[in-house]
Design a protein around this ligand. Structure first.
Ligand code: ADP
Ligand code: ADP
Length: 229
């Protein structure tokens, strides 16, 4: 599994307004790191830099030791699976949506994708299985069901790195906890960066980084952060 490193990253969207002020942190191979902090702290900006929607003003972002400035966006998308807060699904079946994650949506591809052990726990909880229509024409999925499909679609690509960008923030806390528990079970050895504004979201993280106004205010395990208070 790859390691993700931010090394003294400075960045802003406008020339005179720096948003990240020399941010350094590491997501060790196969570990789960969570970034929490108030709205406006710069959390989503980290995800955008990781996908090279923007490049840092200064400093480097490394995946397995390689500066991503040398890596194309297309190949970053191969190695990083993202689950955003509001996933957009196609108006088609659940099976189509999941198989699309692997680049094919034939009947065989749907069946093959559905047999993927890593996504089983997500789809077994869905109503009526893979043939359920998503979107206006068919049954409307709940927010939690939609996110289950979105996560399954990302996991069938088997990305070595997972970026959860407020992936469960819009859900009620029981649904959120269920989905997080499932995610933890299936992505245990995947390098994972979870961005969140709620502490409840990150109970399972190996390490927590608290971001405040573009700087790391604190970092540590859950226990260490509690002790520091
Ligand atoms: P968070 O995810 O922690 O809420 P963001 O990374 O979205 O924070 O935003 C950090 C700062 O960058 C905020 O001050 C926000 O207003 C600013 N910002 C975000 N996106 C843009 C943009 N596209 N153009 C200019 N400023 C932006
Ligand atoms: P595919 O490779 O199958 O086209 P992508 O990885 O490009 O899938 O995108 C999957 C979903 O995540 C899409 O809904 C896309 O709009 C969304 N997405 C991709 N990158 C980002 C990002 N950095 N922030 C938020 N959403 C993203």
């Amino acid at each position: 599994q790859p390691t993700v490193v931010f090394d003294d990253v400075h960045f802003g969207y406008e020339p005179d307004r720096e948003i990240l002020h020399g941010l350094s942190f590491e997501v060790p191979a196969g570990k789960h790191v969570a970034i929490v902090g108030p709205s406006g702290a710069g959390k989503s900006t980290i995800g955008r830099l990781l996908f090279r929607f923007y490049d840092p003003w200064q400093g480097r972002i490394l995946i397995d030791g390689q500066d991503i400035a040398q890596v194309t966006q297309a190949s970053l998308r191969e190695s990083i699976g993202i689950v955003p807060q509001d996933s957009v699904l196609f108006n088609d079946t659940i099976g189509y949506n999941i198989a699309y994650g692997r680049g094919g949506a034939s009947r065989e591809a749907v069946v093959a994708a559905a047999a993927d052990a890593s996504i089983m726990p997500f789809i077994e909880r869905l109503p009526d299985g893979l043939d359920t229509e998503v979107g206006e024409r068919g049954l409307k999925l709940s927010g939690g069901e939609k996110q289950r499909v979105a996560i399954a679609r990302t996991l069938v690509k088997n990305p070595p790195i997972l970026l959860l960008d407020e992936a469960t923030s819009a859900l009620d806390s029981r649904t959120e906890q269920e989905i997080l528990a499932t995610l933890h079970r299936v992505s245990e050895d995947r390098t994972t960066l979870a961005i969140a504004h709620r502490l409840s979201t990150i109970a399972d993280a190996d390490r927590i980084l608290v971001l405040d106004q573009g700087r790391l205010a604190e970092s540590g395990t859950h226990a260490e952060l509690l002790q520091a208070r």
